[in-house]
Write a protein that binds this ligand. Sequence first.
Ligand code: HEC
Length: 108
Amino acid sequence: MNRHIREIIAAGAGSSVVAALLFCTLSLIAPARAADDPFPEGPGKAVFLKVCSTCHAIQPIATLHNSKDEWKELVFAMKGMGAEATDDECNIIIEYLFKSFPKKEEPK
Ligand code: HEC
């Protein structure tokens, strides 16, 4: 009798642990992906990731909003610091960043 109850409890606990693990896994995967990648799909993204992710985290870049000139300045400053990109690649990155993160209020 006692043993039977223990088995039921053990079985019940076991399956709810599995369910909880499964639930945690599923609920962790989806938002983590979105949070990890704030960069919109688009032409230039691959080049941007390749060039810009080698020295530091790129997440903070997604919080910036710059004019095209400001992105240009930044990207070429990174090139000056040793980013490995041709001028063509820099221009692709500048286009990508400007399109994805333009200045919010362009002074008129
Ligand atoms: C060769 C290494 C390297 C690569 C590659 C690189 N960076 Fe940087 N980045 C740095 C360093 C070092 C700093 C810190 C410079 C400083 O504080 O003056 C920095 C700082 C920054 C900052 C913060 C600037 C600020 O004024 O606080 C941004 C934004 C940034 N990088 C964007 C980029 C982008 C976009 C790319 C791709 C084009 C890139 N980085 C590629 C080395 C690199």
